[in-house]
Design a protein. Structure first.
Length: 157
């Protein structure tokens, strides 16, 4: 399988500064994306995203490494790299968020790429891509619902 980037986008009815905060602040991430998060929000910074496994109810922690921080327009991190390794283009997947204003709203685009460099089988890459396409669709809908439900509070901060 050739590297097939995973792309999703959504229009969120809030300004980019609000979407940026909800996208990059660990406490907010835990409300729409994961169960817990830590992020050193600077290029090269590390963090952890923790998800609770549905089948076992045990937490799974995924290390991340921040690539790009350009508030409030671009945020990128790498994940799926070997435990203990420093993430780079040949051992990890890059997740990029691009935010652009559309009137009073924000167009949020997610691009997840780099599967082809990991040396995984075509079947493993396809499974990952299928799961993450569906996952980003679900998570972005959760993000939109969270921002919509809390827009007044989020705008005040």
């Amino acid at each position: 399988m050739l590297d097939q980037p995973i792309r999703r986008d959504i229009l969120i009815h809030a300004p980019p500064t609000v979407v940026w905060r909800v996208l990059t602040t660990p406490d907010y991430l835990a409300r729409w994306f994961c169960d817990a998060a830590t992020i050193d929000l600077q290029p090269g910074g590390r963090g952890t995203i923790t998800f609770r496994e549905r089948a076992t109810h045990r937490p799974t922690s995924v290390p991340i490494q921040v690539e790009t921080v350009e508030p409030p327009h671009r945020f990128a991190f790498r994940w799926s790299h070997p435990a203990g390794a420093i993430a780079h283009a040949s051992n990890s997947v890059l997740v990029e968020f691009t935010l652009s204003a559309e009137g009073e709203a924000t167009r949020l685009r997610v691009l997840e790429s780099g599967l082809g460099a990991l040396g995984w089988s075509a079947s493993a890459q396809q499974t990952y891509a299928d799961e993450h396409r569906q996952g980003w669709q679900t998570h972005l809908a959760n993000l939109d619902a969270y921002v919509t439900a809390h827009s007044q509070t989020l705008a005040a901060h």
